[in-house]
Design a protein around this ligand. Structure first.
Ligand code: ADP
Ligand code: MG
Ligand code: MG
Length: 192
């Protein structure tokens, strides 16, 4: 069950991971995008850190809402509204259930509705979907998350900037899938 404490730890670990991998994420975004994904996510996570530090005794809903607002206002690009929507959906639904399996399902539905991507389109949906499916059955392990991100390599992009390249987008990892992989690795490490 997600608690304010776990979510704070999760965001701390995700902030560290993005700091470490910022250059790599932008590098992944260079051949099939505009080379800014690492910088976008770093700006967003700095905003999340600042936003969470400002809260006084927040509940889970306020915590998710602060994360969503920071991501929407700071990440920019395609990823900002998508990650922001994910956390906004968790804020909307966390009074009803605090189970990650439920909350991530709402988040994924929000991402799909907002961006119109389906499984196989070479986006972060290709990581979120197996995570949600797995959480419904089992405990989530890093191997599932990493395999999902690696699986985007051979796909042809159907959404976002990478789709402008058509077939030439194949052979490259999707940067948003890799940042989502870090998000869920951090989630597992946080004990979520
Ligand atoms: P931009 O492409 O605007 O520069 P980013 O580089 O920050 O934004 O993010 C790119 C990532 O966003 C992609 O790698 C992909 O995972 C994700 N993405 C782009 N468009 C969509 C979409 N319509 N649905 C889901 N994910 C998307
Ligand atoms: Mg980009
Ligand atoms: Mg951009």
């Amino acid at each position: 069950m997600l608690t304010v404490e776990i979510v704070n730890k999760w965001m701390e670990l995700f902030y560290e991971k993005i700091s470490e991998k910022k250059a790599y994420l932008s590098e992944l975004d260079t051949p099939i995008g505009d080379g800014d994904h690492g910088n976008n996510m770093m700006r967003g996570m700095q905003g999340v850190k600042d936003g969470l530090e400002k809260l006084e005794n927040p509940d889970l809903k306020e915590t998710f809402k602060a994360i969503a607002m920071a991501l929407i206002s700071k990440v920019g690009g395609a990823a900002g509204p998508l990650y922001g929507t994910a956390f906004l959906e968790m804020a909307k639904n966390c009074e009803e259930s605090q189970a990650p399996a439920d909350l991530f399902r709402y988040a994924l539905d929000g991402i799909k509705k907002r961006g119109g991507a389906s499984v196989g389109d070479k986006t972060l949906v290709d990581v979120w979907t197996p995570v949600v499916d797995n959480l419904g059955k089992d405990e989530l392990v890093v191997e599932v998350v990493q395999k999902a991100a690696e699986g985007t390599k051979n796909l042809v992009a159907k959404k976002g900037r990478a789709s402008y390249l058509g077939e030439r987008s194949a052979g490259h990892l999707d940067p948003g899938a890799v940042s989502s992989c870090y998000l869920f690795e951090s989630f597992i490490e946080a004990g979520g």
